[in-house]
Each structure stands twice: as C-alpha cells, then as structure tokens.
Design a protein around this ligand. Structure first.
Ligand SMILES: NC(=O)c1ccc[n+]([C@@H]2O[C@H](COP(=O)([O-])OP(=O)(O)OC[C@H]3O[C@@H](n4cnc5c(N)ncnc54)[C@H](O)[C@@H]3O)[C@@H](O)[C@H]2O)c1
Length: 315
C-alpha cells in the first residue's frame, strides 16, 4: 500500500458531523479548512470545538496545552475556492440532499488541484452519483463516519464504480495514520454496512414495541446491557466463531421465519414523527426529555465511549 503525508484537509459542511471530522483532523496535526455556506454554522462549530477538545483532554486523549495549537490549525471560510488550493483530501459533509452534494462536488472538482481526493460522508448516496459530476471519478469515494467521529474509530471507506485502488489505499492509510479503523466497502450499495445492520435491528425493535412485546426501555436494556456490550469487543462474525456456526444455524432456522421482514416503514415510527415526537430535539420521543436530561444523556454516552476506548486499548 502507498502512504500519504496529508497536510491540507478541506471539510465542507460545518454541522454535527463536519465540525467533528474537522476537529479530529486538526487533533491529528493536519491543517484544516472548514467551509460552510452558512456563517452562523461556522461560528457555532468554532464555539463547539473547544468544549469537545476539553472533553478529549479530560479523557487524557490530548493535553490541555495542545488545545490552542489545535484551534489554530482550523480555518473557517464560506468560500470553497479559497480553501482548496493546496488540498490533499476534501471531505464533503453537507446536508443529505443529492442536488446540494452534487453542486459541492462540481465546485470541489473545479477548485482542487488534480492530486486532491474527494470523499463524501453521505449516509445514503452512492459515491458514484457524486463522482459522475466530476472529471476525476478515479479519485472520488465515500468516507462514512459514525457520530461522534472523534470517539468512534471506524470509517466505512466506500469504493465507487471507478475509484482507483491507489485512491482507496491512500485514504485508508491517511485514516490509519490518524488512529482510525477504515472498513472497506468493496461495492457501493445503499446503507453501506453500518446503516444496513442498524436498520435491520431497528425494524425488529419497532416491531416488538408495536406488538406490545416490550417497552422501548426494556429493548434498550437488552441491547445496551446484553449483546451490545459484547459487540464492542467482537463483531457478529467473531461472536459466532466462538459460539459455533451450528448454533447460528439452529437460531436462524427457528427465528428467521418469525422476525419482521416487512419492506415498508413501521407504522409506529410514522405515527411518532407525525405527532412531532422526534426525541431530544422536541422533548419527547419514546422517552421524555428536558434540555438538561438530554445533555446529561449525551455526556454520559461520550464518557462511556471514552472509557470503552481506554479499556479496549489496554486489551
Ligand atoms: N448525523 C449523523 O449521525 C451522521 C452520521 C454519519 C454521516 N452523516 C452524514 O453527514 C452529512 C452531514 O450530516 P450532519 O448531521 O452533520 O448535518 P447538519 O445539518 O448538522 O450539517 C450540514 C451542514 O451543511 C451545510 N451546507 C449545506 N449546503 C452547503 C453547501 N452547498 N456548501 C457548504 N455547506 C453546506 C449546512 O449549512 C450545515 O452546516 C450528511 O450527508 C449525513 O448523511 C450524518
């Protein structure tokens, strides 16, 4: 595999994911241009980043003294062409709208030098649909992060139809160099790996609630205090290597005819959204939230993820 010494990174979209990806690149020592059409999003991102750096510092992942230099490595701009002149790698993380993403890719293709690899953090659009609007399809691919990107190491690196092996290798090396774990998706398909698996789980979880089998909190308990804990240490294939594929066959034969296989969105989910019960952002979902309990729950998740990472590093 070839290696890349990436120094100049452009992150387009300064929202929830983009600001986290930008801060992680800056922590790793890269110079980052963070771009957004909306100046207030840039201001918000720069207001959020110090708090996240302090969280990383309290977890021992970075030192307090390194924070000013990390912040200095991030430059914000509303003008993409200003950011791209020296870019080694551009990561698009704008709103999930194909027209918007394609227009960003056209702009990036025009503004970036030929060496720049263009990546999309899209959760649902195939990187080929973005490569198609550029003149560098061999250097376009998907890099699908998980939220929060600075606490979850995996990135799905998605090969589009024309992505070169060289571009895939460079991006995987770049990510490994930052301590990330690239998972290669060799053929693009909707949902890649993670969202397909999570959607399969969510369909059954919603079905169980809808059928009155269990409440959301009990389903959450089974996952977070049951098999979810095991999954932090070993994925489903590794788990069944230990349990035995004969057991997997017995369970699959018994349960596959039983579990929900509807291709339509579950009514219980449609009804929730129709009632405006969107979760933390509206104060109610399957649980009730105040701004304080929502912040507490999110901080707790971040702390558990940090603790888990430390534990896994030592294992
Ligand atoms: N939220 C998640 O958990 C998650 C996880 C993985 C991947 N993703 C993907 O990441 C991408 C961004 O999601 P998010 O949750 O950060 O969204 P967000 O709404 O928080 O941020 C999107 C940002 O894009 C900016 N934007 C819109 N049009 C733009 C343009 N033309 N040029 C520059 N900036 C523009 C918006 O101003 C906004 O700041 C989406 O493709 C999403 O599917 C999200």
């Amino acid at each position: 595999m070839s290696s890349i010494e990436t120094k100049d990174i452009v992150v387009v979209g300064a929202g929830l994911m983009g600001h986290g990806i930008a801060l992680e690149c800056a922590v790793a020592g890269h110079r980052v241009f963070l771009c957004d059409v909306d100046g207030s999003q840039l201001d918000q991102a720069m207001a959020r980043i110090p708090g996240t750096l302090r969280l990383l510092s309290s977890a021992g992942k970075i030192s307090d003294e390194s924070i000013p230099a990390i912040l200095e490595r991030v430059t914000t701009t509303r003008h993409l062409n200003e950011a791209c002149a020296k870019a080694d790698f551009a990561i698009e993380s704008v709103s999930e709208d194909l027209n918007v993403k394609q227009s960003v890719f056209r702009e990036l293709d025009e503004a970036c030098p030929p060496k720049t690899i263009l990546a999309s953090n899209s959760s649902s659009f195939m990187p080929s649909t973005l490569a198609a609007v550029t003149f560098r399809a061999d250097r376009v691919l998907g890099t699908h992060y998980f939220n929060p990107p600075y606490l979850l190491p995996v990135v799905e690196v998605v090969a589009a139809q024309k992505t070169s092996k060289d571009a895939l290798a460079k991006v995987c090396n770049f990510l490994r160099g930052m301590g990330k774990s690239p998972a290669l998706v060799r053929k693009e398909l909707p949902g890649f790996i993670g969202n397909r698996l999570q959607t399969a789980l969510m369909r059954e979880a919603l079905f169980l609630v809808d059928q009155g089998v269990a409440k959301a909190e009990d389903i959450d308990l089974v996952v977070s205090q049951g098999f979810g804990r095991r999954f932090a240490a070993a994925g489903p294939f590794a788990v069944f290597e230990a349990a035995g594929w004969d057991l997997a066959l017995a369970v699959a034969s018994q349960l596959l005819p039983e579990i929900n296989s509807e291709a339509t969105v579950p009514t219980v989910l449609r009804d929730k959204v129709a009632r405006g019960e969107l979760g933390m952002k509206t104060g109610k979902g399957f649980y009730e939230w105040s701004p304080e309990t929502a912040t507490e729950a999110q901080t707790r998740i971040a702390r558990v993820l940090i603790g888990l990472e430390k534990l896994l590093e030592g294992s």
